[in-house]
Design a protein around this ligand. Structure first.
Ligand code: PMP
Ligand code: GLN
Length: 384
């Protein structure tokens, strides 16, 4: 393993999902739904396979139907207008989009400011691109994890090339507000920064909160690379279909890197995701309402089981504080939890550079069937 990757071992998701399999515990660790997405979207994939659409290399940037559907989605929901031919790119999940964006945009030695805790691929991709990560820690405040805008401003130096954002935020469930996003946009314009924004949970916002893409703020469209994925929005995490929207110069940089990572993303699924993006609004509303009810169930159950609960405003994760249970080390806690209680969770510490800041926090996923969540809560109550 080279020096750039020396600090990275097996991802926490692989480790914890393997533990779930060997112990038979309920897996609330890795974020994937235990119910597949809409039947008609699965049928669309089968039709594409049968009709021979996408069984050979699709066009590098993605099939025209999906690029058009992505552009249409961005316009319909957010009023963002992107040219499907020059400003939309289909990728092998958001994971590849993040990698290609960083590999295509960073020079070795560039600093990347990212919100900590961060999704684990960010650190590895910044390292692969030869960049330096500069974490800005989201801190617990009145039940939520908050961004300190002064800390963000102070983190930007003359070497900062790019801000790497994620809202709704995995693992904390924080949704950046209009005011916070406006301040971030001002900072990006003032310091002439690029922004890569990971918005894979764009459809999972609760309590009437709103997801606002950073690209909609003044001066941002030309400096923002926006990323999303069918895995989260349509519950097909195994299909690995994601996408990027950005102005032509930025998109070209991402596409150039993407060409040499996978060349193209999986063919038949692209046609199915194009149909998924055109589902009526009722699909998105019902999906959100379903996840909101599951959030309520798991958040209440975890509180009853003695955890400190940070109620998420978005995503399908709840971050808990284990100190009320008399525990302090989330990594040790998660390694022993399958044996102790038959449940798998993920320690937030692995998403931090400042590990001590994340030590007492543990993440549970609630994208699971209601009886599964109920059983997990029953088991966790035996801990107290
Ligand atoms: N970004 C975040 C914040 C995520 O939580 C995930 C999924 N776990 C991804 C990116 C990766 O998405 P995909 O599965 O589409 O590669
Ligand atoms: N995004 C999912 C999570 O945060 C899992 C992705 C993965 O396994 N890499 O749990």
């Amino acid at each position: 393993l080279n020096r750039r990757l020396a600090e990275f071992g097996t991802t926490i998701f692989a480790e914890m999902s393997a533990l779930a399999v060997t112990t038979g515990a309920i897996n609330l660790g890795q974020g994937f739904p235990d119910t597949d997405g809409p039947e008609e979207v699965r049928e669309a994939a089968v039709r594409a396979l049968r009709d021979g659409r996408g069984n050979q290399y699709p066009p590098g940037p993605g099939v025209p139907e999906l690029r058009a559907a992505v552009a249409e989605h961005q316009f319909r929901r957010y009023g963002l207008s992107y040219d499907p031919d020059t400003e939309v790119l289909v990728t092998a999940g958001a994971t590849e989009a993040i990698a290609a964006a960083l590999l295509g945009l960073l020079e070795p030695g560039d600093e990347v400011v990212a919100l900590e805790p961060y999704y684990d691929s960010y650190a590895a991709c910044i390292a692969m691109a030869g960049g330096t990560r500069v974490p800005v820690t989201l801190r617990p405040h009145e039940g939520a994890f908050r961004l300190d805008l002064d800390e963000l401003r102070d983190a930007v130096t003359d070497r900062t090339r790019l801000l790497l954002l994620n809202t709704p935020h995995n693992p904390t469930g924080t949704v950046l507000s209009r005011e916070e996003l406006a301040a971030i946009a001002e900072l990006a314009v003032e310091r002439d920064l690029l922004v890569v924004t990971d918005e894979v949970y764009e459809h999972l916002v609760f309590d009437g909160a709103e997801h606002i893409p950073l690209a909609t703020f003044p001066g941002m469209r030309e400096r923002t690379v926006s990323i999303s994925s069918a895995g989260k929005t349509f519950s097909f995490t195994g299909w690995k279909v994601g996408w990027v929207t950005a102005a032509p110069a930025l998109l070209t940089a991402v596409r150039t890197a993407k060409q040499y990572l996978t060349y193209v993303a999986s063919g038949p699924f692209q046609y199915a995701v194009a149909e998924a993006l055109a589902l009526p609004e009722s699909y998105f509303t019902a999906y959100r309402a379903d996840m909101e009810a599951k959030r309520d169930l798991l958040a209440a159950g975890l509180a009853e089981a003695g955890f400190g609960v940070h109620r998420p405003t978005g995503t399908y994760f709840v971050t808990t504080d284990i100190r009320p249970l008399g525990e302090r080390d989330g990594i040790a806690f998660c390694r022993s939890l399958p044996e102790r209680a038959g449940v798998v969770a993920v320690p937030n510490a692995v998403f931090y550079d400042h590990r001590e800041a994340g030590a007492p926090f543990v993440r549970f996923a609630f994208c699971k069937r209601t009886p599964v969540l109920e059983e997990a809560v029953r088991r966790l109550k035996t801990l107290a």
